[in-house]
Design a binder for this molecule. Sequence first.
Ligand code: DGJ
Length: 742
Amino acid sequence: MIRFLEKENIFKIDTVTTSYIIGIADGKYPGHAYYGRRLPDDDVSYLMRINEAPFVPSKNGRDKLSFLDCFPMEYPVHGIGDFREDCIAVRNRDGYSGLELLYDGYEITNDKPHLDGLPQTFASDTGESETLKLYLKDEILGLKVTLLYTVFEDSDAVVRSVIMDNESSDPIYITKALSACIDMDNKDFELMTLNGSWARERHIQRNPVGIGFAGVSSVRGETSHQHHPFLGLLSKGADDDHGEVYGMHFIYSGNFKGLVYRGQFDNVRMMMGINDEDFTWKLEPGNSFMTPEAVTVYSGSGIGKMTRTYHDLYRNHLIRSPYKDKKRPILINNWEATYFDFNTDKLLDIARESSKLGIEMLVMDDGWFGNRYDDNRALGDWFVNEEKIKGGLKYLVDEVNKLGMKFGIWFEPEMISPDSDLYREHPDWAIAIPGRTAGLCRNQYVLDITRDEIRDYIVERVCDILSSANIEYVKWDMNRQLADLGSKNLPFDRMGELSHRYTLAVYDMQERILERFPDILLENCSGGGARFDPGMLYYSPQIWCSDDTDAIERLKIQEGTALLYPLSTMGAHVSVCPNHTVGRNTPFETRGYVALAGTFGYELDVTKLSDEDKAMIPGQCKMYHKYRDLVTMGDYYRIASYSGNGYFDAYMTVSKDRKEALLTFVQVMNRPNVHSRIIRLKGLDPDEKYLIKKFNMETGEDEVYLSYMEKPLSGETLMSGGIVIENLWGDNRGLLLHIVKA
Ligand code: DGJ
């Protein structure tokens, strides 16, 4: 519920359990008054701390800068005396960069405004959401800025974005346009971020917030393997179930910046948006610029509550695909099975064997087009290589369909190899700075898809392939970062728009392809998980999590990813051992349990698998069908983290009605002379009784595990007392327990 409380002169945004309060200081300056647990009182304007403040400009104009430099600003501006990090900066026709945005009214609507060309949260019905539009204006510049705050009736999140309108008669250059800021008192905060590298994405990191700057960013033209557009501010010592947590997550897939600044008065400013490095947007008179959305979440009961809020918001208000709630086909992808060395016969061998075991879709990965015999060539030549795909694509797909399997295909539409027919014909189609030789990465360049003719050409090529056979899934890959930023399309004063335009172009291409093929199951991917972000979720209900398919490495990657993303979105496959990235051996059974916490599939040559491993696939497929809804639609609870304890990992999903739950336990290291462990369950109904069984992968059935589990135990006992898990004797052993209301 959003209200303007006239007497108190505050805006009160209430969600199910939180309140967010904005006040207008001195009738002019929008300030942040409160964000936290829901406040029952309305008369809370004193939280603005403005009445007693010595520096309010109307009372003490000679010290206006002192006011600007300490007041908790809702949307800090550049250049007039708030010396902390700001959210917006401009350059006018004469080169001046200062601006002052003063309150200019508001509107509260019961809808969710649409942001053209951007991924965004949505409401299905009118009345399901409310939006506060806070109007600010710089009269001198003629710039109107609207701060948008949307809440959904079923969510604790506040979704924010900003619209900038040029109401003057001259162009205004926007040089910085962040999406959200929260100015708070420091509470001995710790900063939680997700960081990593290729094959090591989204590892959780926590650090105390010291004086000065901390944060995450990308200037790679994609979200990146290295950082994630998320900031979590945690009260000191907060854990999964206790403490205060402020999350800020960005619905965007390009250059971003998430910053925390702790200043001299021990306040903390947390902000998120498009990275201003190399960014300028020329706003012509009469035009608007919209920032992508940032989603803020407050939890007064630990990290887990924040996680479940993001999961529900993304499931209900971000993912649009018709596959959102549908069971995804169990796929087998030939990448780790064959790399580039495959042909029709090889793929059909894999498909034949797979279909007998319960696998439901064959995905043909990189290498089926042009002269693509290795990763040095042919990107851009989206024509079937009939030397490899003998008989053509339609023949292959028809044969796979005859086996009762679906067919999926890989593309990397944004790229061009120097050794390609496309490049020979259009050397100027790559992003480059004229006169400089652009740098290669994986021996490829990036296409300048901000140019309409290039985007149109690629969309047509992809659509041609998709209409040539019964293709039901697309993996959209992107294997390099952007550098040498230059576009033939853009004049000098718009060159700073290239990175953002590039991201918008990716969205546009996916939107157009999905409009033509609405039933395609799209999976985004970027050299593993470099574009795993909420922006891509708007287009694809699942994203490849990482090129590291090692089940034990995946525990950390999937823990970090599941911090924000529903398990239904995480591409996870069982692959072969020794693992191709780390060389580790892990039992086939454990690999199955770990992949179950995602979309579930295979990434191996099933024709070369040992009989023993192969015999487990039907049981794993049964496991997926049996538990998939519980895993992907349930509430997620983290029980223990291998990333923190070094020995074991455990997490649960609990059905919304709390009648059923699943516990995954993986013992990574067998600690000498430790015989059993107590695991305290979470999320159950304390007053209900539950029975616990162990899933048997060989039979695909639940069976009795330990004798004490044969009798029903109350949720209270299972959560407070816990369950005893016996030592699994060996490293990398897994266990799946099914907890059902008795
Ligand atoms: C990177 C992806 O993450 C892999 O799964 C695979 O598709 C390769 N690219 C193919 O080049």
